[in-house]
Design a protein around this ligand. Structure first.
Ligand code: HEC
Ligand code: HEC
Ligand code: HEC
Ligand code: HEC
Length: 241
């Protein structure tokens, strides 16, 4: 809990969002990834209350941090799906008109609403600028336009709403119109990561902690996955001979 306090204090005084301090390695691990896109954490236990099945796809990555440890996260701003806007589901088109590009395999996911990369300047890493959370209706209008008074936000139609994305390196991190062919939120690649035994999200192997982040710590060797523990034992015995 101390690190949480430190994070909060340090971020209230800067214009950066909190993901900046993860310094890439909080979410991605170039050499010890647990999931898709070199992701370092993944929630494998938390069920989706709408489907009763474990959460799947990209949302499982966010929930690898954003839930309590007993529910598969690492206690950072827990998001409890049983009291959250529906997620990880195929939308009923009468409830929401989601632009197809914002869906992943036809499903609404955390990244349909958020672009988590530090380059996203928007409040709460939302895909739409809400002027610091004072024009949230503009964001809801992307999928629930029939509910929104467009005049109130000086918009004439849904086409006026701009979507932030960092997912097209050719175009750069910026806002795109919904009809812009450069608007990309996904570049699918095969999931080739095969985790080397199971380990808790909070206990990544010792050599991959982030130096300036006290909360991503080196674990006690006894908490390492058995396969890695054996390997390290062999290596250290060889070294001491
Ligand atoms: C809060 C977590 C988080 C942080 C911090 C983060 N990323 Fe990501 N990154 C993601 C997620 C989630 C994806 C997968 C996006 C997707 O497929 O929708 C991703 C995907 C990527 C990709 C693959 C892009 C693609 O087209 O598939 C690259 C490259 C990347 N990140 C680089 C970085 C770099 C560099 C940093 C540090 C500046 C960083 N990320 C910080 C969450 C994060
Ligand atoms: C490696 C852990 C980690 C992962 C994975 C992660 N986050 Fe975060 N996130 C954090 C931390 C740390 C904070 C700051 C917590 C605090 O200040 O209390 C945060 C804060 C946030 C916030 C609040 C930002 C603000 O300005 O208040 C949002 C929104 C968010 N995360 C969304 C996401 C989404 C969406 C994903 C998945 C794409 C994701 N996060 C994945 C660590 C993570
Ligand atoms: C990226 C698209 C998207 C955005 C943005 C979005 N929603 Fe939704 N919303 C959905 C989808 C998809 C559903 C679920 C439809 C279904 O049940 O099949 C939904 C459902 C809902 C429901 C009904 C929940 C239920 O239990 O049936 C409410 C209320 C709602 N959204 C409110 C909001 C509000 C308020 C905002 C803005 C803060 C918002 N939504 C932003 C896509 C979105
Ligand atoms: C329909 C759009 C939508 C979806 C889907 C969505 N979020 Fe959010 N999220 C929001 C909005 C709007 C806010 C800002 C309002 C608030 O803080 O409650 C927010 C805020 C947050 C915060 C900050 C909470 C805080 O205490 O400030 C976190 C963390 C977060 N989301 C993570 C997630 C994760 C993880 C998922 C997927 C499991 C997710 N979001 C899915 C719209 C969404």
């Amino acid at each position: 809990m101390v690190w949480l306090g430190i994070l909060l204090i340090s971020f209230l005084s800067y214009a950066f969002g909190p993901h900046e301090a993860l310094d890439c390695l909080g979410c991605h691990s170039p050499h010890y990834a647990k999931a898709y896109k070199l992701f370092k954490v993944k929630n494998e236990v938390y069920p989706n209350p709408r489907t009763g099945k474990p959460i799947d796809g990209i949302s499982a990555l966010c929930l690898g941090c954003h839930n309590l440890e007993k529910f598969g996260g690492v206690n950072i701003r827990p998001i409890f799906l049983h009291m959250t806007h529906p997620v990880n589901i195929k939308p009923n088109p009468k409830i929401a008109q989601v632009p197809p590009k914002l869906l992943r395999d036809g499903k609404l996911q955390c990244v349909s609403c958020h672009d988590p990369h530090p380059s996203n300047p928007n409040w709460k890493y939302l895909r739409v600028s809400t002027k610091g959370g004072t024009q949230v209706g503009k964001f809801c209008a992307v999928c629930h336009p029939a509910k929104v008074d467009f005049k109130y936000y000086n918009l004439t139609s849904k086409e006026d709403i701009k979507i932030f994305s960092s997912m097209n390196e050719s175009a750069g991190a910026k806002e795109f119109s919904l009809t812009d062919p450069d608007l990309t939120i996904e570049n699918p690649t095969p999931d080739y990561i095969k985790p080397f035994g199971e380990y808790k999200n909070s206990l990544s192997p010792a050599y991959m902690y982030v130096p300036n982040q006290p909360w991503i710590y080196s674990p006690d060797p006894k908490n390492l996955p058995p396969a890695l523990r054996e390997l390290l034992k062999e290596i250290s015995q060889e070294g001491s001979r």
